[in-house]
Design a protein around this ligand. Sequence first.
Ligand code: HEM
Length: 482
Amino acid sequence: MDATAGFWVAVAVGMVPLAGLFWWWNDYWHALPFRLHGRGSAKLPPGYMGIPFLGELPAFLWYFKVLRRPDDFINAKRRRYGDGVGLYRTYLLGSPTIIACSPSANKLVLQDESSFGVPWNYTQLMLIGATGVGAVEGAAHSKVKAFLVRAVNQPDALRKFTPLLQTRIAASLESWSRKGRITVYKEANKAILGNIGKCFASIETEHAMETIDDLVKGMLGGLRAFPINFPGTALYYSFQCSGKLKAIFRQELEKRKCDASEPKNDVMEALMQMKEQEGKRLSEDEIVDNMMALFAAGYETTSISIMWTFYYLAKHSDVLLKLREEHMLVSKKLGDMLTYEDITSWKYTSKVVEEILRMGSTTTFMVRTAKKDVDYRGYRIPKGWKVACWFRYLHTNPEHFKDPMSFNPERWNEAPKAGSNLVFGGGVRVCAGNMFARLQITLLVHHLVLRYRWRLVNPNEKVLYIPYPRPADEVEIDITRI
Ligand code: HEM
């Protein structure tokens, strides 16, 4: 061995104890305040904090991006530390974090708003709108949420949107079949954004919707941006997008205040007119911020589910056949408008939709911040730490869903174990548009299975998991009318 090679071997060997020290130091350092204050007899949950500054990010990327076996990120912890109470400590998201992966630990975090708050800092709150549903807490949140749910997600609202959505979804499918080959995610994104643009704010033109699409994406980009705000930075761009988005909704609001003669029958109008029991209305700021929240939350999530709908139905001809049978029974109504009641009567379809939502679940985990020390079954979640409610693990755990990676709508013949299905979140922040999303997916299934034939261009395409699970080609298909 020459001198240079010897030098490098010595460096490599020397690095081993150094890396070990770093490893230990990171875990010790983050747990130090906890140890110094000796807060009672509760211990930190098992786990480790990874390497300094990055924590377990490399391990997360290893499982999610390199191996593409995302569930093994949690399985590795289970093997090493046991199931315990379903809590593990780690360092992720730039913060010491507790991972919650049992139904009861998730329930604790999602329901107790006085102990676990939204994870946004002041800058992020300004970005998404300080009075938006995702930003406010406590009584302010309950008030705004009740308005949104009434305007979007309850049977009266859904009944009103059904004919409009039906016409638009049928037209989207028709235009896709005219193109012949499409990428479902891309087309579904445009179509669903168009649907919510129309239902929420009577926005008609494709150009206006494209602008909103860019602005929403630009605004959300700021939530993960480096916290420096001056021209040229991602955060600065994000604030610009947020400002322009607010201006669009405020302008629309002003227009409607000046001319209320023509009813719009949309969500913005409902929010302007609704009153609480005590007669109070939403303020203009609240309406604008919450229109932003609805647009931000409402379309990519649904488009991803629609992408998976094409994927799973193409792969499971038995399910497609059964769906066709169910929908043939109502085919005499084709040409007539289906009612919301028709749609909720399709029992098999609703199981298929639930299975698509579970298998193609968009939210790997949801984050909260502990507002105070919370003890849970002998372990402590320290104040200031983040908590990651690991929804994905609930949906892919064989103890909750037998043979979880197989697509099996029949599993929904029985209700899932309590707290194991959090596709739409749970507790106080459960999704405000879950029924609106289900309505769109169900309408699409109806028109798709009765009138179209399609095939996956790349049936063996690999699945990617960051930032959300999707086949790498975002489901490219050839589609024709039957
Ligand atoms: C398949 C489609 C959808 C999925 C998978 C989904 C998923 C979720 C999840 C997991 C949460 C909980 C967030 C948390 O705990 O912090 C959530 C919240 C929310 N969703 Fe959805 N969502 C979907 C569609 C929609 C649609 C169509 C709308 C609007 C019409 C919507 C509006 C909202 C709002 C406003 C919240 C915040 C609720 C709150 O903070 O109280 N979502 N969604």
